[in-house]
Design a protein around this ligand. Sequence first.
Ligand code: NAD
Length: 346
Amino acid sequence: MAYKVTLIPGDGIGPEVTDSAVKVLEATGVSFEWEIVEAGQKVIEKEGTPLPESVLESLKRNRIGLKGPLTTPIGGGFRSVNVALRQMLDLYASVRPARSIAGEGTLYSDIDLVVVREATEELYSGVEHWVDRDHSAAETIDIVTRKASEKIVKFAFEYAVKEKRRKVTAVHKANIMKYTGGLFQEVAQKMAKSYPSIQFEERLIDNMAMQLVKKPQDYDVIVTTNLFGDILSDLCSGLAGGLGIAPGAIIGDGIALFEPVHGSAPKYAGKDKVNPVATILSGEMMLKYLGERRAAERVWKAVYDTIREKKHVTYDLALPGYTNRPVEPSTCSAMTNEIVKKVEAF
Ligand code: NAD
């Protein structure tokens, strides 16, 4: 039976990198039926919105999606499509693994951690206003609820159990933000008691940023609120080699959307130049989510070996200034073909 998956190619480099991911996923032999729907800047003129109802309907029906990056329109009163998708489908957990791939693009060759970020509330609730008519002060409301905190912390522990991880670190700023941070801290401490086999610890956000740069190997699953998670997940993507190879997912109860961390990089659109690995590894996360563990392992190994061999890698893993092992850069399609070949061979 084929898995029916909503495919959103997206804007800019999105169609190229999602096409690569589809080729690699199909090379595993797992059957997919792709329901292609369009969102983003390219549909605004025709649909009057970057997020047509048909996209939401498709995701609600299939409960699983693979998505390219979307350009956030500047001005025009449109909300970020990504934020809207999270809120409308209650995709409350943003999951971003950071694994060093063959020591490429990173000072470390042994990072293997995951940032789990609450993705629907807190400082990104969108409740903002000017305090006075002169616009001399502005206010953003930081909303943290017990319900959302419990959902995300439980998600992190369940993820740790499922992925055979050893430790969960809860990150907050409860010493200063005593209500919002304090609530998240209380929920995490309580939840940890239900998972005695998983080690639990806490870090203040400022200390966590420093620790991650100094000793990222010490961390495993990190769970935190929206703004801190946004920053830490980019920090971790950088630690583990950069945007070209950083995958991600936003997950709710029984629904999941897999997407690279990077944006639509419009200046490279249609140039067959960018790294497809971030989207391919988002597909690998999707395979794991579907329980297709053997296929996921083959994809991971094919990506790892391609990057280690460095015969067919894109500019961000090839050129001096981006890597300390410079080689001649390949195209997006050549790198994809190499990964496909390896997946088929394993
Ligand atoms: P970006 O990630 O698109 O690009 C930043 C730079 O990173 C690029 O110029 C390029 O040098 C590099 N880069 C990105 N992806 C790469 C890849 N696969 N391989 C090699 N190099 C890569 O970020 P930006 O320029 O800030 O944003 C462009 C647009 O994307 C904006 O409209 C933004 O809102 C949107 N965006 C969307 C998402 C999403 O849909 N999830 C995420 C981030 C940004």
